[in-house]
Write a protein that binds this ligand. Structure first.
Ligand code: GAL
Length: 385
């Protein structure tokens, strides 16, 4: 029943808004395949070659999984084969009815042949994440974008949209994040401070300046740096967030996206300043928010970190390494990219990078378990070497 909000008392309006929001969430859940969770069990992958339905190793790295109806979509970096001159061709899309048999659907976003395009061939498009936006009915892809020939200096977030999950996605824009807007949790005196630009990196004075927000203040006018990233749609509220390594990869930012999921609202926080976190993967469990990150050692693996908060924009605390078993100290030789949730199943997705041939980087899909305190951990599967 649609009611005229002008005739409703305040409390009833509040209930009506909450109810309408839940209806939108329920409709989104139905579209995004809430039905598939009962039947499909998430497979475990431990770094073996993973052929698609054409027999080729799945070339989708640093990406995510999205369930639409009864079909799973896997997005990721479509990397070159390592031969001289081979370049990243864009973002790949695969589909599957069961998370086991994957069919290549082509490039959801292709590097452009147009040399004037920001996504021209030879640029870098890393860690793409695709989510469905119930407010617009569009699929929204965010990715870490570096410009051709500029190494990792641009540190921008790119966004592309599509009416269908396979795409092709239409590239919209790339930029640094929230230009001219200060983080919510940075005292204004820290923004105005005169930071010395001669501080030697990794010294106590430099760490203190980083914690105060030296780099956030430096980048205020032009926007915050955004490299390794994820997008998280809170299943409890439908609010979307862009979470990225900022401030020279030293500090994570969590930035709200607006209801289109295509733009930032301007509200963002800094977490773990100077913590050097990359590869954020976030999920909700037991009424809490959990994030798994890596350290910053390029393509080489390092020890994963676990963080927890009561709300996404709240106070985050760090817990010990969530990995258990052989090679737990190097995230089993991988670096996380996403935690995919299906009903009460959670899988930690990670890449074992092969920098000599990035397309042959291997996939780890490891079930996330919960201990007696309901804290997540990732055991190496006992039946695998
Ligand atoms: C890693 C990062 C990857 C890629 C790589 C390049 O630290 O997680 O996405 O950027 O560095 O060296």
């Amino acid at each position: 029943m649609i009611r005229d909000a002008r005739l409703m008392p305040m409390k009833a309006i509040g209930r009506f808004i909450r109810y309408s929001r839940l209806l939108v969430l329920a409709a989104a859940a139905a579209l995004c395949g809430a039905g598939a969770d009962a039947e499909v069990s998430i497979p475990t992958f431990t770094g073996e070659t993973l052929p698609d339905t054409d027999g080729r190793h799945i070339n989708a790295h640093g990406g995510n999984i999205l369930l639409v109806g009864d079909t799973f979509y896997w997005y990721g970096e479509y990397r070159g084969d390592g031969t001289p001159g081979s370049y990243q061709q864009g973002v790949a899309c695969y589909s599957s009815p069961d998370l086991r048999d994957w069919t290549f659907r082509g490039l959801a976003l292709e590097a452009s042949a147009d040399t004037a395009s920001l996504i021209r061939r030879g640029c870098i498009m890393e860690r793409p994440k695709v989510v469905y936006c119930p407010a617009t009915g569009r699929y929204v892809m965010w990715f870490h974008h570096e410009l051709k020939g500029r190494g990792y200096g641009a540190a921008m977030a790119g966004v592309a949209v599509s009416d269908t999950p396979e795409g092709p996605f239409e590239y919209r824009a790339s930029s640094r994040v929230n230009a001219g807007i200060a983080p919510l949790n940075m005292p204004s005196e820290n923004l105005l401070k005169a930071y010395s630009d001669t501080l030697e990196w990794w010294t106590p004075d430099w760490y203190a300046a980083v914690a105060d927000g030296m780099f956030a203040a430096r980048d205020l006018a032009g926007g915050q740096m955004a490299r390794d990233m994820t997008v998280f749609v809170d299943p409890a509220t439908g609010q979307a967030y862009h979470i990225y390594s900022s401030e020279e990869n030293l500090t994570l930012h969590i930035a709200e996206l607006d209801s289109t999921f295509e733009r930032h609202t301007g509200r963002y926080i800094r977490i773990f300043p100077g913590g050097h976190n990359e590869a954020p993967a976030i999920f909700r469990h037991g009424g809490k928010y959990w994030m798994i990150t890596s350290g910053c050692t390029g393509w080489d693996p390092n020890e994963a970190r676990l963080m927890c908060a009561d709300s996404v924009m709240g106070r985050w605390t760090q817990l010990p390494n969530p990995c258990r078993g052989p090679m737990a100290g190097t995230t089993f030789g991988g670096q996380g990219t996403y935690v995919f949730t299906l009903g009460d199943q959670y899988v930690f997705m990670a890449d074992r990078w092969n920098p000599k041939m990035l397309s042959d980087s291997r996939h780890l899909w490891l079930p996330v378990r919960f201990d007696e305190n309901d804290t997540p951990f990732i055991p190496w599967p006992e039946d695998r070497n």
